[in-house]
Design a protein around this ligand. Structure first.
Ligand code: HEM
Length: 245
């Protein structure tokens, strides 16, 4: 009985067990960084501009790369894709000089993504900053549009807000400040993209939660059966002597 119940529980948990089959290793992104910052930098106040290097590029009005690489499980979604290269903003005749490099999109769950970067420059008050692995922005994957194109999973319009660590490193905007939304394209098969979308729509953790409930019910049932059997044995042996055995 326990074996049968455990098998039932395993079958219900099974959809998450095959997640290793769907791991993406490349992708692309398009992202404006922050429109008001670009306007400030390129306008008459800062009189500046920006450059990119490595595998990053810029085409008005957004930064982009088609060379994201890493390991991102898709069923459910979790892992990271990053890109070699940097974005450098300059202005005020070089007084403002901020470089953002080693951009990584870390997916924590079907609901949450973190943009992790290395950041070098100064704050608005000219305090030097040189920080690595800054969890710069927090992304709301639940609010993004999920779709697939046949060979890619698209996560479009991911809202991004500045984290406390990001606010400290960038040194101007407060935590919670909205940056431009991010469009991510993850190279994968239509089947894996569909599975990622399905896991997202069922809240990612649902198959596991259902499995855990069934397992708990099964174990509870098995425990009850054992206790009833023991009680029966006990009452049988309690009756034993009086029945003269
Ligand atoms: C000569 C030095 C600087 C001057 C005179 C200056 C001046 C200004 C002014 C007047 C604004 C307001 C712009 C507006 O409301 O449209 C502004 C905004 C801003 N400044 Fe500077 N600034 C200087 C240096 C810096 C530095 C070193 C940073 C470091 C990153 C910085 C980052 C910013 C940011 C992020 C904004 C907000 C842009 C937005 O509207 O999104 N500034 N600055």
């Amino acid at each position: 009985m326990i074996a049968a119940l455990a098998l039932t529980a395993a079958l219900v948990v099974a959809p998450t067990a095959s997640s290793a089959d769907c791991t993406a290793e490349s992708g692309a992104f398009t992202w404006g960084f922050k429109e008001s910052f670009r306007a400030y930098i390129s306008g008459s106040i800062a009189n500046g501009g920006w450059t990119t290097d490595g595998d990053l590029g810029y085409e008005t009005p957004a930064f982009f790369s088609e060379a994201l690489a890493g390991s991102l499980a898709l069923d459910p979604i979790e892992g990271e894709l990053g890109v070699e290269g940097s974005l450098r903003f300059t202005g005020h005749d070089g007084i403002l000089d901020t470089t953002i490099s080693n951009l990584r999109f870390v997916v924590e769950s079907p609901e949450r993504l973190t943009v992790v970067v290395d950041l070098r420059g100064t704050t608005q008050d000219f305090v030097p900053v040189d920080s690595v692995d800054v969890p710069f922005l927090s992304g709301d994957l639940a609010a993004a549009q999920w779709s697939e194109t046949g060979d890619a999973l698209l996560l479009e319009g991911i809202p991004l807000t500045l984290t406390a660590e990001g606010a400290e490193a960038f040194g101007t905007y407060p935590a919670g400040e909205a940056f431009d939304p991010l469009d991510l394209e993850v190279s994968t098969s239509a089947e894996c993209a569909a599975r990622a979308i399905e896991a997202h729509e069922s809240d990612g953790s649902l198959p596991l939660a259902v499995g855990a409930t069934v397992l708990a019910t099964a174990l509870g049932g098995a425990l009850t059966a054992v206790l009833v059997a023991r009680a029966r044995r006990r009452s049988a042996s309690a009756e034993g002597p009086s029945s003269g055995v």
